[in-house]
Design a protein around this ligand. Structure first.
Ligand code: ZN
Length: 699
């Protein structure tokens, strides 16, 4: 009896050890500043050539998460950038190889863009994507590589024993569908399965340190376009999701400055293709009347049809959406209802050549047809832009007929063949990007498809912007494939949007028929989605069964010398009577809560140094012992760093620093300091700083 009892307790002990072993993960979190050149570089997102940087409202950050079960290590990174593309991911992997050899590969690393539309562009290399920037911008590229690498390094060094939890909750009043006319083309039976025409679920992966049960990081996924800041903004901005991260991180460590907390809280992109944060229905800004529903036009023109809200201006709207995201994220983080994740870590990755892909596709009437991909091409509706940021020419969404003038322009660049036209129908082709490689690739043909398994939690990394229904179909297909191949019974599948390679949009074949912006930007033709679904199912099956899968293609290799028409900073000048850092417009002597304090300094060009992990400004408060304590930097929501050249033909610049004095500011004495670098006419870059007079803040 005694022996039996001893054996029994030994068995219990052993099973406890085994269970513990099964769920033991090492997890590391790391965040780094990846802010790019803060002035004169065109932003990536709205494709508006004159939307150039003029300073900073919120800094860009890269947030990295390492998952390691002793057998497999993998990293998920979300970065405050419009998207990710292969050349940049490859540069990150190459740089990591030199720092931490034999650890990070294209296969075990997902880099996902947050999709903010207010950060410097020109780093994607593909001609189509760097076009608004007049070509490649090395500074933008290097800034992102440096920041992303540092975030991964930090996460790698920070690995601790941790438990992982997943949770999700409904978040209302934070997104709408911006192409409801296209969504309505999906089968009614399918639409009836869902309450809303956008996803309202916020999905969360939480990381809790084992030794003290303290949360150290979290990744949230919610389908909303970070386009609260519109195409009139010129300050670097991480938009609604970036500010939600700052709010969440600051709420965990209120005494730390933004970007300096040890807790890392990410809001990453997912199937946000047809979603918008601009909750008020689009209106014609000239008449105030509603736009045409199908085409988003006003009297036949697209430029005046714009969606706003929920706030009175873009900054207030950003704050409202960010606060909603933050509150839901925080609620889930503190909730006891989360499910612990257990089981193996695995990853799988494959390069596929989209124009050569074939698949079978079952139509809603039950007939199965064979389908294939097309060479990449953009439709007329793409050039119309969206109600978040309309295009600049006379294009309209939902266009299925072409126009003689633009066809001449198109054919001058590259004419589509009869096969191209048939493949893309009913899309009228505007740019036959997949056929052009002069001076180099215009849009990718080879894409990256990738999945992570974290126990019963699956991250599906997709190379573009899946619409709501495209995402729902993909998640359902992948989950079924996982279960039917012996994987976990209730797998939680999330889509990591805009990961690894950028290939615009992925609409359903039904949505594609209307050719709104998302359909017109579905670049591999009407069956892009069914092809992806079939390839991701194969990927999921291979992942679950631990079978290797081979690439059918490899990414395009860009030449070393890329076209670039962005002029460098020649030199700076401070003017005859001034020195760099001189405060030429002093703040007022006193302010009260609700005011905006400001000071203007003689400045150098911000492109001389992006000041990563540093700041262009400090707001300092005088302490009892007469020393000064930094209470805000340029990464704070309440501050703005606004830079401009004082005169067009002289390289004299000014930096205006604004500080919004909110209720959380304590009464006292404050001052504003500006930091920068100037480029000397005979070469060399030198730092400078300057401080304003002090001023008082009273209630
Ligand atoms: Zn987008």
């Amino acid at each position: 009896m005694l022996i039996k009892l001893q054996l029994l307790s030994l068995a219990v002990l052993l099973s406890a050890i085994l269970t513990a072993a099964e769920t033991s993960y090492k997890v590391g979190v790391g965040r780094a500043d990846c802010t790019g050149p803060a002035a004169e570089i065109t932003f990536m997102g709205y494709a508006k050539a004159n939307q150039k940087g003029c300073g900073i409202h919120l800094r860009q950050f890269s947030r990295a998460f390492i998952f390691n079960d002793g057998k497999n290590l993998m990293t998920f990174v979300t970065v405050d950038a419009c998207m990710m593309n292969h050349p940049l991911k490859q540069a990150v992997i190459d740089k990591l190889e030199a720092l931490i050899p034999k650890t990070f590969t294209l296969q075990n690393t997902i880099i996902s863009g947050s999709h903010t539309h207010s950060t410097p562009g020109g780093w994607l290399k593909d001609v189509m994507y760097d076009f608004p920037n007049l070509g490649f911008v090395q500074e933008s590229f290097d800034a992102l590589v440096d920041g992303i690498v540092r975030s991964i390094e930090k996460a790698y060094k920070n690995q601790v024993d941790a438990q992982l939890y997943m949770n999700s909750g409904i978040l209302l009043d934070s997104n709408i569908n911006r192409s409801p006319a296209a969504y309505a083309y999906n089968p009614t039976t399918e639409q009836n399965k869902y309450e809303y025409n956008v996803d309202k679920d916020l999905v969360q992966l939480k990381i809790v340190r084992a030794k003290d049960d303290v949360p150290i990081g979290v990744i949230n996924w919610f389908a909303v376009h970070p386009t609260s800041m519109n195409n009139t903004n010129c300050l670097i901005h991480s938009d609604n999701v970036g500010y939600a991260s700052i709010l969440l991180e600051s709420s965990m460590e209120p005494d730390s400055l933004p970007g300096k907390t040890s807790f890392v809280g990410a809001f990453a992109s997912t199937n946000l293709g047809d979603t918008s944060p601009n909750l008020k229905d689009p209106i014609c800004i000239d008449t105030g009347k509603p736009c045409d529903y199908t085409h988003s036009t006003c009297d036949g023109k697209n430029e005046f049809c714009i969606a706003f809200g929920p706030g009175n201006d873009m900054v207030e709207s950003t704050e409202i959406i960010a606060t909603n995201l933050f509150k839901k994220g925080k609620e889930l983080l503190e909730s006891a209802n989360s499910t612990e994740i257990s089981g193996e870590l695995r990853f799988i990755h494959r390069f596929i050549h989209m124009p050569s892909q074939t698949a079978t596709y079952t139509l809603s009437n039950g007939t199965t047809i064979n389908v294939h991909g097309c060479r990449a091409a953009m439709g007329y509706g793409f050039a119309a832009g969206t109600t978040d940021g309309p295009g600049e020419f006379d294009f309209t969404q939902a266009t299925t007929t072409s126009n003689a003038f633009w066809n001449i322009v198109r054919d001058f660049i590259f004419p589509p063949t009869k096969e191209d036209a048939e493949c893309h129908a009913p899309k009228p082709i505007l740019i036959m990007s997949g056929a052009i490689q002069v001076p180099y690739e215009w849009q990718p043909s080879t894409v990256s498809i990738q999945m992570f398994q974290i126990g019963q939690f699956f991250v599906t990394a997709v190379p573009g912007e899946f619409t709501t229904m495209s995402g729902r179909r993909l998640r359902e297909a992948v989950a079924n494939e996982i279960t039917s191949n012996g994987g976990p019974n209730n797998p939680k599948v999330v889509i990591a949007g805009l990961s690894n390679v950028y290939t615009n949009y992925i609409a359903t074949p039904e949505e594609y028929q209307l050719q709104r912006y998302e359909g017109a930007s579905t670049i591999y033709g009407p069956y892009t989605l069914p092809i992806y679904i079939q390839r991701y199912k194969e990927l999921a099956k291979a992942l679950i069964s631990n079978t290797p899968i081979t690439d059918d293609s490899e990414p395009y290799k860009f030449p070393n010398n890329l076209m670039s028409l962005v002029p460098p900073v020649i030199f700076d000048a401070s003017g005859w009577w001034n020195n760099y850092g001189d405060c030429i417009v002093q703040p007022k002597e006193s302010y009260t809560i609700g005011d905006i304090a400001s000071a203007t300094f003689v400045a150098g060009h911000p492109r001389n140094d992006n000041m990563q992990e540093k700041t262009f400004l400090n707001i300092e408060m005088q302490q009892k012992d007469a020393t000064w304590k930094v209470v805000a930097t340029d990464a704070d929501w309440e501050t703005k760093f606004i830079w401009k050249r004082q005169e067009t033909f002289k390289p004299i610049s000014q930096a205006e620093i604004q500080w919004k004095i909110t209720k959380k500011v304590n009464p006292g004495t404050y001052r504003i300091t500006h930091f920068g670098n100037y480029k000397y006419i005979f070469g060399g870059i030198y730092p400078y700083s300057g401080t304003s007079n002090s001023f008082t803040v009273s209630t």
